[in-house]
Design a protein around this ligand. Structure first.
Ligand code: ATP
Ligand code: MG
Ligand code: FE
Length: 341
Protein backbone atom coordinates (compact mmCIF):
# COMPACT_ATOMS: atom_id res chain seq x y z
CA UNK A 1 0.00 0.00 0.00
CA UNK A 2 1.05 3.64 -0.50
CA UNK A 3 0.37 6.06 2.36
CA UNK A 4 0.59 9.85 2.59
CA UNK A 5 1.50 10.94 6.11
CA UNK A 6 1.22 14.43 7.63
CA UNK A 7 2.96 15.69 10.77
CA UNK A 8 2.26 19.00 12.55
CA UNK A 9 2.20 18.30 16.30
CA UNK A 10 5.03 20.59 17.33
CA UNK A 11 7.24 22.83 15.21
CA UNK A 12 7.99 20.63 12.19
CA UNK A 13 5.53 20.69 9.30
CA UNK A 14 5.99 17.56 7.20
CA UNK A 15 4.42 15.43 4.50
CA UNK A 16 5.82 12.12 3.28
CA UNK A 17 4.80 9.23 1.06
CA UNK A 18 5.83 5.74 2.12
CA UNK A 19 5.12 2.35 0.58
CA UNK A 20 4.54 -0.69 2.78
CA UNK A 21 7.69 -2.34 1.35
CA UNK A 22 9.60 0.40 3.27
CA UNK A 23 10.33 2.60 0.25
CA UNK A 24 10.22 6.29 1.09
CA UNK A 25 8.81 7.79 -2.10
CA UNK A 26 8.89 11.41 -0.92
CA UNK A 27 9.74 13.26 2.23
CA UNK A 28 9.09 17.02 2.54
CA UNK A 29 9.72 18.93 5.75
CA UNK A 30 9.82 22.53 6.91
CA UNK A 31 11.21 23.39 10.32
CA UNK A 32 9.98 26.50 12.09
CA UNK A 33 13.09 27.28 14.14
CA UNK A 34 13.28 30.80 12.69
CA UNK A 35 9.70 31.52 13.74
CA UNK A 36 10.34 30.58 17.38
CA UNK A 37 14.01 31.40 18.02
CA UNK A 38 13.33 34.93 19.31
CA UNK A 39 11.03 33.45 21.97
CA UNK A 40 13.46 30.73 23.10
CA UNK A 41 10.86 28.01 22.61
CA UNK A 42 7.90 26.92 20.51
CA UNK A 43 4.99 29.40 20.66
CA UNK A 44 1.80 27.36 20.04
CA UNK A 45 -0.17 30.04 18.20
CA UNK A 46 2.75 30.92 15.91
CA UNK A 47 3.31 27.21 15.26
CA UNK A 48 -0.33 26.63 14.31
CA UNK A 49 -0.31 29.55 11.86
CA UNK A 50 2.93 28.36 10.29
CA UNK A 51 1.56 24.81 9.90
CA UNK A 52 -1.52 26.29 8.18
CA UNK A 53 0.70 28.13 5.68
CA UNK A 54 3.15 25.32 5.05
CA UNK A 55 1.07 22.13 5.03
CA UNK A 56 -0.69 22.33 1.65
CA UNK A 57 2.47 23.31 -0.30
CA UNK A 58 4.39 20.49 1.41
CA UNK A 59 1.73 17.95 0.41
CA UNK A 60 1.97 19.21 -3.17
CA UNK A 61 5.77 19.00 -3.04
CA UNK A 62 5.67 15.43 -1.72
CA UNK A 63 3.23 14.32 -4.41
CA UNK A 64 5.35 16.04 -7.10
CA UNK A 65 8.57 14.43 -5.80
CA UNK A 66 6.95 11.00 -5.91
CA UNK A 67 5.47 11.75 -9.35
CA UNK A 68 2.06 10.78 -8.00
CA UNK A 69 -1.40 12.16 -7.38
CA UNK A 70 -3.76 11.71 -4.45
CA UNK A 71 -5.47 8.96 -6.43
CA UNK A 72 -2.29 6.85 -6.15
CA UNK A 73 -2.55 6.87 -2.33
CA UNK A 74 -4.24 4.00 -0.52
CA UNK A 75 -4.86 6.06 2.61
CA UNK A 76 -4.14 9.46 4.14
CA UNK A 77 -2.54 9.42 7.60
CA UNK A 78 -1.96 12.34 9.96
CA UNK A 79 -0.82 12.89 13.50
CA UNK A 80 -4.03 13.28 15.51
CA UNK A 81 -2.28 13.87 18.87
CA UNK A 82 -0.68 14.22 21.31
CA UNK A 83 0.82 17.66 20.78
CA UNK A 84 0.09 21.37 20.47
CA UNK A 85 -3.58 21.19 19.60
CA UNK A 86 -3.69 24.02 17.04
CA UNK A 87 -0.97 22.39 14.98
CA UNK A 88 -2.43 18.90 15.33
CA UNK A 89 -5.76 20.23 14.06
CA UNK A 90 -4.12 21.71 10.94
CA UNK A 91 -2.61 18.36 9.93
CA UNK A 92 -5.64 16.30 10.85
CA UNK A 93 -8.13 18.60 9.10
CA UNK A 94 -5.91 18.69 6.00
CA UNK A 95 -5.82 14.89 5.97
CA UNK A 96 -9.60 14.72 6.38
CA UNK A 97 -10.09 17.13 3.46
CA UNK A 98 -7.72 15.13 1.24
CA UNK A 99 -9.34 11.84 2.26
CA UNK A 100 -12.77 13.23 1.50
CA UNK A 101 -11.74 14.79 -1.83
CA UNK A 102 -9.99 11.64 -3.07
CA UNK A 103 -12.37 9.20 -1.37
CA UNK A 104 -9.56 7.47 0.55
CA UNK A 105 -9.57 6.17 4.12
CA UNK A 106 -8.24 8.37 6.93
CA UNK A 107 -5.74 7.03 9.46
CA UNK A 108 -5.43 8.99 12.71
CA UNK A 109 -1.92 8.34 14.01
CA UNK A 110 -0.71 8.76 17.57
CA UNK A 111 2.50 10.81 17.21
CA UNK A 112 4.18 8.62 19.82
CA UNK A 113 3.29 5.52 17.82
CA UNK A 114 4.96 7.27 14.87
CA UNK A 115 8.17 7.55 16.89
CA UNK A 116 7.74 4.03 18.33
CA UNK A 117 7.36 2.28 14.97
CA UNK A 118 9.85 4.46 13.05
CA UNK A 119 12.77 2.03 13.55
CA UNK A 120 10.80 -0.63 11.65
CA UNK A 121 10.71 1.64 8.60
CA UNK A 122 14.47 1.35 8.24
CA UNK A 123 15.02 -2.11 9.72
CA UNK A 124 13.03 -4.91 8.12
CA UNK A 125 14.38 -7.39 10.68
CA UNK A 126 13.02 -5.56 13.71
CA UNK A 127 10.15 -7.80 14.82
CA UNK A 128 7.72 -7.40 17.74
CA UNK A 129 8.12 -7.44 20.68
CA UNK A 130 10.91 -4.99 21.48
CA UNK A 131 11.96 -2.72 24.30
CA UNK A 132 11.64 0.95 23.38
CA UNK A 133 13.20 3.96 25.05
CA UNK A 134 11.14 6.89 23.76
CA UNK A 135 13.02 10.10 24.46
CA UNK A 136 11.63 13.28 22.94
CA UNK A 137 10.75 16.89 23.62
CA UNK A 138 7.60 15.97 25.52
CA UNK A 139 8.22 12.41 26.70
CA UNK A 140 10.62 10.04 28.41
CA UNK A 141 9.18 6.54 28.55
CA UNK A 142 10.27 2.95 28.53
CA UNK A 143 7.78 0.79 26.66
CA UNK A 144 7.33 -2.83 25.71
CA UNK A 145 6.16 -2.69 22.10
CA UNK A 146 4.05 -5.82 21.57
CA UNK A 147 2.61 -4.89 18.19
CA UNK A 148 0.81 -2.12 16.34
CA UNK A 149 -1.37 -0.31 18.88
CA UNK A 150 -0.23 -2.61 21.70
CA UNK A 151 2.11 -1.07 24.26
CA UNK A 152 2.96 -1.60 27.92
CA UNK A 153 4.49 1.39 29.61
CA UNK A 154 7.14 0.27 32.08
CA UNK A 155 8.36 3.72 33.14
CA UNK A 156 7.80 7.42 32.53
CA UNK A 157 9.16 10.71 33.81
CA UNK A 158 7.65 12.09 36.99
CA UNK A 159 8.49 15.67 35.93
CA UNK A 160 10.34 16.94 32.85
CA UNK A 161 10.84 15.08 29.58
CA UNK A 162 14.47 14.47 28.70
CA UNK A 163 14.35 16.69 25.59
CA UNK A 164 12.79 19.40 27.74
CA UNK A 165 15.75 19.12 30.12
CA UNK A 166 18.14 19.57 27.18
CA UNK A 167 16.14 22.56 25.92
CA UNK A 168 15.98 24.25 29.34
CA UNK A 169 19.68 23.61 29.93
CA UNK A 170 20.47 25.22 26.57
CA UNK A 171 18.36 28.23 27.52
CA UNK A 172 20.10 28.60 30.92
CA UNK A 173 23.52 28.33 29.28
CA UNK A 174 22.60 30.74 26.48
CA UNK A 175 23.20 28.11 23.81
CA UNK A 176 20.10 28.96 21.79
CA UNK A 177 17.22 27.04 20.31
CA UNK A 178 16.62 24.19 19.58
CA UNK A 179 18.55 23.14 22.63
CA UNK A 180 19.45 19.46 22.29
CA UNK A 181 21.90 19.71 19.40
CA UNK A 182 23.40 22.91 20.89
CA UNK A 183 24.06 21.22 24.25
CA UNK A 184 25.60 18.22 22.50
CA UNK A 185 27.92 20.46 20.46
CA UNK A 186 29.02 22.42 23.54
CA UNK A 187 29.49 19.19 25.51
CA UNK A 188 31.95 17.94 22.89
CA UNK A 189 34.39 20.64 24.09
CA UNK A 190 33.74 20.21 27.81
CA UNK A 191 34.87 18.09 30.74
CA UNK A 192 32.04 15.81 31.88
CA UNK A 193 33.38 15.54 35.43
CA UNK A 194 34.04 19.25 35.97
CA UNK A 195 30.67 20.15 37.47
CA UNK A 196 29.05 18.16 40.29
CA UNK A 197 25.43 17.52 39.29
CA UNK A 198 22.84 15.19 40.85
CA UNK A 199 21.60 11.89 39.34
CA UNK A 200 17.85 12.13 40.13
CA UNK A 201 16.26 8.78 41.13
CA UNK A 202 19.51 6.88 40.55
CA UNK A 203 19.29 3.68 42.60
CA UNK A 204 15.62 4.29 43.46
CA UNK A 205 13.40 1.26 43.96
CA UNK A 206 10.93 2.35 41.30
CA UNK A 207 11.22 2.41 37.51
CA UNK A 208 10.56 6.06 36.73
CA UNK A 209 12.70 8.91 35.44
CA UNK A 210 13.18 12.45 36.77
CA UNK A 211 15.04 15.39 35.23
CA UNK A 212 13.68 18.55 36.89
CA UNK A 213 16.29 18.51 39.69
CA UNK A 214 19.06 18.23 37.15
CA UNK A 215 17.90 21.32 35.32
CA UNK A 216 17.71 23.29 38.60
CA UNK A 217 21.23 22.14 39.49
CA UNK A 218 22.46 23.35 36.10
CA UNK A 219 20.96 26.77 36.85
CA UNK A 220 22.64 26.94 40.26
CA UNK A 221 26.00 25.81 38.86
CA UNK A 222 25.82 28.39 36.09
CA UNK A 223 24.92 31.16 38.53
CA UNK A 224 28.07 30.55 40.60
CA UNK A 225 30.06 31.80 37.62
CA UNK A 226 32.70 29.18 38.45
CA UNK A 227 32.23 26.91 35.46
CA UNK A 228 32.71 27.03 31.70
CA UNK A 229 29.51 26.60 29.70
CA UNK A 230 31.10 23.67 27.83
CA UNK A 231 31.90 21.92 31.13
CA UNK A 232 28.36 22.39 32.42
CA UNK A 233 26.94 21.05 29.13
CA UNK A 234 29.23 18.00 29.22
CA UNK A 235 28.48 17.33 32.90
CA UNK A 236 24.74 17.67 32.27
CA UNK A 237 24.84 15.29 29.32
CA UNK A 238 26.85 12.80 31.37
CA UNK A 239 24.29 12.98 34.19
CA UNK A 240 21.46 12.34 31.73
CA UNK A 241 23.32 9.34 30.29
CA UNK A 242 23.89 7.88 33.77
CA UNK A 243 20.26 8.42 34.83
CA UNK A 244 18.92 6.80 31.67
CA UNK A 245 21.29 3.85 32.08
CA UNK A 246 20.40 3.32 35.74
CA UNK A 247 16.64 3.43 35.07
CA UNK A 248 16.97 1.19 32.04
CA UNK A 249 18.93 -1.35 34.06
CA UNK A 250 16.27 -1.30 36.79
CA UNK A 251 13.50 -2.26 34.36
CA UNK A 252 15.49 -4.72 32.24
CA UNK A 253 16.48 -6.61 35.40
CA UNK A 254 12.78 -7.10 36.18
CA UNK A 255 11.20 -8.11 32.87
CA UNK A 256 11.43 -11.16 30.65
CA UNK A 257 14.29 -10.76 28.17
CA UNK A 258 13.46 -9.01 24.91
CA UNK A 259 15.53 -9.51 21.75
CA UNK A 260 16.03 -5.86 20.86
CA UNK A 261 16.53 -2.48 22.48
CA UNK A 262 15.23 0.36 20.35
CA UNK A 263 15.57 4.10 20.85
CA UNK A 264 13.31 6.67 19.21
CA UNK A 265 12.29 10.33 19.55
CA UNK A 266 14.31 13.49 18.99
CA UNK A 267 16.77 12.89 21.86
CA UNK A 268 17.75 9.62 20.16
CA UNK A 269 19.82 11.87 17.90
CA UNK A 270 22.25 12.36 20.82
CA UNK A 271 25.55 10.54 20.24
CA UNK A 272 26.42 9.99 23.91
CA UNK A 273 23.00 8.49 24.64
CA UNK A 274 23.17 6.26 21.56
CA UNK A 275 26.64 5.03 22.54
CA UNK A 276 25.51 4.20 26.09
CA UNK A 277 22.47 2.32 24.79
CA UNK A 278 24.55 0.38 22.26
CA UNK A 279 26.93 -0.72 25.03
CA UNK A 280 24.09 -1.67 27.36
CA UNK A 281 22.35 -3.70 24.66
CA UNK A 282 25.57 -5.51 23.78
CA UNK A 283 26.18 -6.37 27.45
CA UNK A 284 22.65 -7.79 27.72
CA UNK A 285 22.80 -9.74 24.46
CA UNK A 286 20.16 -7.51 22.89
CA UNK A 287 20.22 -6.14 19.38
CA UNK A 288 20.39 -2.33 19.37
CA UNK A 289 18.34 -0.45 16.79
CA UNK A 290 18.43 3.32 16.38
CA UNK A 291 16.87 5.15 13.47
CA UNK A 292 19.02 7.53 11.41
CA UNK A 293 19.11 11.05 12.86
CA UNK A 294 16.60 12.56 10.41
CA UNK A 295 14.04 9.92 11.44
CA UNK A 296 14.54 10.59 15.18
CA UNK A 297 13.21 14.15 15.20
CA UNK A 298 9.70 14.85 13.97
CA UNK A 299 9.06 14.02 10.32
CA UNK A 300 6.31 12.86 7.99
CA UNK A 301 7.84 9.51 7.06
CA UNK A 302 7.32 8.08 10.55
CA UNK A 303 3.64 9.10 10.41
CA UNK A 304 3.21 7.64 6.92
CA UNK A 305 4.93 4.44 8.11
CA UNK A 306 2.74 4.16 11.23
CA UNK A 307 -0.16 4.70 8.83
CA UNK A 308 1.11 1.86 6.65
CA UNK A 309 1.39 -0.45 9.67
CA UNK A 310 -2.14 0.45 10.80
CA UNK A 311 -3.51 0.11 7.26
CA UNK A 312 -2.00 -3.37 7.00
CA UNK A 313 -3.73 -4.23 10.29
CA UNK A 314 -7.06 -3.00 8.90
CA UNK A 315 -7.13 0.02 11.21
CA UNK A 316 -8.67 3.11 9.62
CA UNK A 317 -10.61 5.96 11.21
CA UNK A 318 -13.76 7.97 10.60
CA UNK A 319 -13.76 11.58 9.39
CA UNK A 320 -15.22 12.51 12.79
CA UNK A 321 -11.96 11.61 14.60
CA UNK A 322 -11.22 14.46 17.03
CA UNK A 323 -7.68 15.81 17.59
CA UNK A 324 -6.32 14.87 21.01
CA UNK A 325 -3.92 17.13 22.97
CA UNK A 326 -3.18 14.16 25.26
CA UNK A 327 -3.12 10.58 24.06
CA UNK A 328 -1.13 8.01 26.07
CA UNK A 329 0.21 5.00 24.16
CA UNK A 330 -0.65 2.79 27.11
CA UNK A 331 -3.89 4.06 28.66
CA UNK A 332 -3.76 1.27 31.26
CA UNK A 333 -0.37 2.25 32.65
CA UNK A 334 -0.53 3.16 36.33
CA UNK A 335 0.08 6.87 36.85
CA UNK A 336 3.55 7.78 38.07
CA UNK A 337 3.73 9.81 41.26
CA UNK A 338 4.08 13.53 40.64
CA UNK A 339 3.09 15.13 37.36
CA UNK A 340 4.19 12.27 35.11
CA UNK A 341 3.38 12.49 31.43
P1 ATP B 1 7.02 14.63 21.45
O1 ATP B 1 7.48 13.71 20.40
O2 ATP B 1 7.21 14.13 22.83
O3 ATP B 1 5.64 15.15 21.20
P2 ATP B 1 8.62 16.61 20.11
O4 ATP B 1 7.92 16.09 18.92
O5 ATP B 1 8.74 18.07 20.33
O6 ATP B 1 7.97 15.93 21.40
P3 ATP B 1 10.92 15.45 18.99
O7 ATP B 1 10.85 16.25 17.73
O8 ATP B 1 10.75 14.01 18.91
O9 ATP B 1 10.04 16.02 20.16
O10 ATP B 1 12.31 15.79 19.64
C1 ATP B 1 12.69 17.12 19.88
C2 ATP B 1 13.55 17.11 21.11
O11 ATP B 1 14.75 16.39 20.84
C3 ATP B 1 13.94 18.49 21.57
O12 ATP B 1 13.76 18.57 22.97
C4 ATP B 1 15.42 18.55 21.21
O13 ATP B 1 16.17 19.40 22.05
C5 ATP B 1 15.83 17.12 21.36
N1 ATP B 1 17.04 16.79 20.61
C6 ATP B 1 17.24 16.89 19.28
N2 ATP B 1 18.52 16.58 18.96
C7 ATP B 1 19.15 16.30 20.13
C8 ATP B 1 20.48 15.94 20.48
N3 ATP B 1 21.42 15.81 19.56
N4 ATP B 1 20.76 15.73 21.79
C9 ATP B 1 19.79 15.85 22.74
N5 ATP B 1 18.53 16.22 22.47
C10 ATP B 1 18.20 16.44 21.19
MG1 MG C 1 11.04 20.39 16.50
FE1 FE D 1 8.01 14.01 18.38
Amino acid sequence: AIILGLESSCDETAAAIVRSDRTILAHALAGQEDHHRAFGGVVPEIAARAHAELMAPLVQAALADAGMTLQDMDAIAATAGPGLIGGVMVGLVTAKALAMAADKPLIAVNHLEGHALSPRLVDADLAFPYLLLLVSGGHCQLLRVNGVGDYNRLATTIDDAVGEAFDKTAKILGLGFPGGPAVERAAANGNASAVPLPRPLKGADEPHFSFAGLKSAVLRAHETGKYRVEDIAASFQQAVVECLLDRLRYSVDRINPLPALVVAGGVAANGAIRAMLADFAAARGMRFVAPPLWLCTDNGAMIAWAGAERFAAGLTDGLDFVARPRWPLDPDAPAARGAGV
